[in-house]
Design a binder for this molecule. Structure first.
Ligand SMILES: Cc1ncc(COP(=O)(O)O)c(C=O)c1O
Length: 345
């Protein structure tokens, strides 16, 4: 089976499992797990943030960030197709009681002027706008990478208005490797998160760890986040076992992301040559969306036929998604293309 469903399908490597097996652990409820501490300290230092908090998932990190920055009845500005809005179970309404004011934009990117226009007027009729959320890379918009100029434009508008700024950087390192190369990835990642009050980083996507994400920021919001981590059951006792996998991933797997991006380009080139297929959009990182309308097949039929021949992809409607990751090498990419060609012919 060639599984291109998601980069979340990655399994821990033997070396990662060895690091996990050897991890020193303690009770993280009491801040006594040295490996969780080491992971938090490592990432906070590398990203230039004061504090970091290890959490079970990026969904929890995002939703705790919303909780930290808002009060019930507040408004949060985000892109209409962001993960926080589409795929996190309506939790902004449940946990934080906030409303989402959406902005649009190609590639999941919006402008400072769009933020200014979406800020609610003050006065008793309106929900106070408190927070702006950015997603980088942007999953549903094709793994798109915000340029520094695009980010800076939003930061200016957010600061002018005295709002808070959260980054869903679940795939932050895909953006950092794209803009800075493997050698410059850490410096680039630090620059990409510099102006955000809180940042989510996920360990279980292209980085390949089995469990976990971190929320980073200054000490104050992260202390409030710690309370919510406990309150909603996100505190995990001897979680150094899994934190060790995350630490290993951050220290060893950034070069893999560059390979994933190369494989995505090879896959995209091959797909673009198949009659009836159109890249939608052209991939910038490891997420490859393809418009299959020209084949006459429904999305479900396309996916079912691929699966019957051993290739798995995800996505909805006539826009399936293929994701490259450390479990899929160059040979599997060309094998997958052979199958896709046959299915489309
Ligand atoms: C952009 C983005 N944010 C957040 C998440 C949630 O991650 P998790 O599965 O760790 O909750 C995902 C998952 O795919 C994602 O793509």
């Amino acid at each position: 089976m060639i599984d291109l469903y998601s980069d979340t399908k990655t399994k821990p490597t033997a070396a990662m499992r060895a690091a996990m097996a050897a991890a020193e652990v303690g009770d993280d409820h009491f801040g006594e797990d040295p490996t969780v501490q080491a992971l938090q300290d490592f990432l906070a230092e590398k990203l230039g943030k004061e504090a970091a908090l290890f959490l079970p998932s990026a969904t929890m990190a995002n939703q705790i960030a919303l909780k930290v920055h808002t009060q019930p009845g507040d408004s949060v500005i985000c892109h209409e197709l962001c993960h926080i809005r589409l795929f996190e179970g309506g939790t902004p309404a449940v946990l934080s009681g906030v409303m989402l004011d959406v902005v649009t934009g190609e590639r999941g990117v919006f402008t400072g002027d769009q933020v200014r226009a979406a800020i609610r007027p003050s006065g008793p009729y309106f929900p106070p706008t408190r927070l702006v959320c950015v997603e980088n890379t942007h999953n549903f918009c094709g793994g798109a990478v915000w340029t520094m100029a695009e980010l800076d434009d939003v930061v200016v508008a957010v600061r002018e208005a005295g709002l808070k700024l959260h980054l869903d950087g679940s795939r932050l390192f895909n953006a950092a490797v794209t803009l800075g190369g493997v050698e410059g990835a850490w410096a680039m990642a630090q620059r990409l998160v510099r102006d955000f009050d809180t940042v989510t980083v996920c360990l279980t996507k292209g980085l390949g760890a089995p469990i976990g994400a971190l929320l980073l920021g200054t000490k104050e919001p992260i202390e409030v986040a710690r309370r919510w981590k406990h309150a909603i059951g996100g505190a995990m006792r001897q979680s150094g076992i899994v934190a060790a996998g995350g630490l290993y991933a951050l220290q060893h797997h950034l070069p893999q992301l560059a390979l994933d991006h190369e494989n995505a380009q090879i896959l995209a080139q091959g797909l673009a040559e198949i009659p009836g297929l159109k890249l939608s959009p052209w991939p910038e990182t490891n997420l490859v969306f393809v418009d299959i309308a020209g084949t006459g097949l429904s999305g479900d039929a396309f996916k079912a036929r691929l699966k019957a021949q051993g290739v798995v992809c995800s996505g909805s409607g006539s826009r399936p998604r293929f994701v490259t990751h450390l479990g899929v090498g160059r040979a599997e990419i060309s094998e997958a293309l052979t199958v896709i060609r046959a299915v489309c012919s």
